[in-house]
Design a protein around this ligand. Sequence first.
Ligand code: GDP
Ligand code: MG
Length: 442
Amino acid sequence: LSDRLVEALSNLRSKGKLTAADIDGTVREIRRALLEADVALPVVKDFAAHVRERALGDEVNRALNPAQQVVQIVNEELVRILGGDEARQLSFAKRPPTVIMLVGLQGAGKTTLAGKLAKWLVGQKHSPMLVAADLQRPNAVTQLQIVADQAGVPVFAPEPGNGVGDPVRVARDSMRIATEKLHDVVIIDTAGRLGVDEELMRQAHNIKEATNPDEVLFVIDSMIGQDAVATAKAFDEGVGFTGVVLTKLDGDARGGAALSVAQTTGKPILFASTGERLDDFEVFHPDRMASRILNMGDVLSLIEQAQKAFDEEEARKTAEKIASDQFTLEDFLAQMQQIRKAGNFKKMIGMLPGMDRNMKDQLENFDESSLVHIEAIIQSMTPLERQNPKVLNGSRRARIARGSGTEVKDVNELIKRFEASAKMMKTMARGAMPGMPGMGPM
Ligand code: GDP
Ligand code: MG
């Protein structure tokens, strides 16, 4: 994550409300961070525009912590584009064998992936067979044989000594062999070129026609950077794929390619490859990738710190007031309104640090609707009464009850609560806790 984004976010957090200018500044930094993560430019533009639109909506204004909310929007949008809560599962044929075809540029990691997938599928009680349909390079078959041995699965390849085999034919023949030998999954390794190339596309397309795969997985090196979009588009148009596998995530690529490909093709990312060993392989996690792209760990801890500082500042102010005996029913009301504005009272209070068991119990019994009563009662008081609750004699209390549509006992209860709360805060202020008025059932 760029330091500038961290800075932009830390500037946001000290503000209660975000202005359009704040949001623009943050969105600019988010764009920069995504470009640093090598997300393709058009994708970054789209993404930033979308985040800006959402951030300008009223949800941010209602947020407890606007910076946190903006980050949450960014994170949610990233996760959504990357596939939502969970990656799509591999789809299997109703009638075996399930055919999985791997396509991608040379060096993307297809052959390695064939071994990884095979091993993973064996772990799930499948019986895969690998098919050597990369007959371009002399050692391609040998390489596939090596990973197959490691995974403990067989390879179907053209007989040696027949000259250069026909990959389409090998692929077609493998269907019959798989059925005969009771392999329920066939993984077809295909040739790649260094760049997108018509002949390569035609060959892959023909293999696809001949085998009618259940999945065509586009394998892409996460270090590819800005070329990700063009490459993905070329393979999608030239061959057509059903899913994406991202490789070499063990390197320092931040994974911008994932976002670029997912956004421009709309295809799901199914797996991630994270090293040269067959076990360096996992089901793709959209949320983890989103965090990686944004270095979210950093952002979240930053916001936590900011929130803590903010709470401490509030607590300090309250403590000052209490110390000088200036804490009035007006402050009580202001706090109450803040809490109501923040939405879910229990949830918010529950998140505060330093809650002890006793406070949590009180919270459990707290009826949020009583906040409405409290507000009504205080609003029915005169400014003098709010400033100085000691003047609240019997007739004033009766008037307030009538005015607020409550009963005198409710008013009495509130005043008792206010006094208890002021006392409680006096204690808590020493421990730098933010004030929590209105605790306990009304
Ligand atoms: P193909 O040309 O698409 O078949 O790619 P290969 O499977 O031959 O992989 C090319 C190179 O990348 C090999 O040296 C692999 O060991 C390496 N490789 C593949 N996947 C990964 C990965 O996830 N991480 C790392 N670090 N290397 C990988
Ligand atoms: Mg290969």
